[in-house]
Design a protein around this ligand. Structure first.
Ligand code: DGL
Length: 262
């Protein structure tokens, strides 16, 4: 099965995109809600959690891993590739590729958690692909808790988004990377505030596209993973009250969340 993990709900935006782009591939989702948020954790912690999450998914039958969390991928993506033999796809390289290809001016904005922005992984990867590019970053630590609380369309959320986005708007970026898998859920309030002409890179959709391309290129792995009769499973390490309704809203159907102790 395809194993996907995130600190909580954000990775469900990746799972949803994978479902629609790669139908017939059963998913094993793990949302680490007991330890969320990841964006304020140290590199050492994120490496430890990523390793445990991959082990958990592997124990339940995952043989390909999607790190559906920018914070975990920025701290632990390369290390996990060294430690595990499973193919590991994450959200960062696909988003960089889309941003570099689509930006005309080379002025790219990146929003993410504190961990992702401090890792400078986006800045570094963009520069590697286009040395003339200029990157502008903004850590947005308040956005993940607002999403997890379901405060998507609240006035307070719109005000906070505006505050975070304004400095990037002033820099006249022509491309904005949503460098956190929770942020696609705020896309409709981010887009008008950065300016409707700015290209928005959704790291969740780009990761799903990268997985699709990978499965097309690796037919032996695709055949092993393809099983339309097998149901996907969604695990969480804790289940606070607003999570189930948010999960149902993300997928547009009722999702059976299985609480597990890790
Ligand atoms: N959704 C995650 C990310 O892409 C983690 C957010 C968090 O737990 O802080 O960074």
């Amino acid at each position: 099965m395809i194993g996907i993990f995130d600190s909580g709900l954000g990775g469900m935006t990746v799972a949803r995109a994978i479902e629609s782009l790669c139908p017939g591939f059963p998913l094993l989702y793990f949302g680490d809600l007991a330890r969320t948020p990841y964006g304020s954790k140290s590199t050492e912690r994120l490496i430890e959690y990523s390793q445990k999450n991959i082990e958990f998914l592997a124990e339940h039958g995952a043989t390909l891993i999607v790190i559906a969390c920018n914070s975990a991928a920025s701290a632990a993506g390369e290390i996990m590739r060294q430690r595990f033999s499973y193919p590991i796809i994450d959200v960062i390289a696909p988003a960089v590729e889309n941003a570099v290809t689509r930006s005309h001016t080379g002025r790219v904005g990146i929003i993410g958690t504190r961990a992702t922005i401090a890792s400078e992984i986006y800045q570094r990867c963009i520069k590697e692909r286009n040395p003339a590019a200029a990157t502008y970053t903004q850590a947005c630590p308040l956005l993940v808790p607002l999403v997890e609380e379901g405060w998507i369309n609240r006035r307070e959320t719109k005000m906070i988004v505006k505050k975070y986005i304004q400095p990037l708007r002033r820099q006249q970026v022509d491309t904005l990377i949503l460098g956190c898998t929770h942020y696609p859920l705020l896309k409709s309030i981010i887009a008008p505030r950065i300016g409707n002409r700015v290209h928005i890179v959704d790291s969740s959709i780009e990761a799903a596209k990268a997985l699709h391309t990978y499965l097309e290129a690796n037919t032996d792995i695709r055949e092993k993973l393809y099983n339309p009769k097998k149901a996907s499973r969604y695990f969480v390490s804790d289940l606070p009250a607003p999570v189930s309704p948010m999960a149902n809203a993300i997928f547009g159907r009722t999702i059976q969340l299985e609480k597990v102790h890790v």
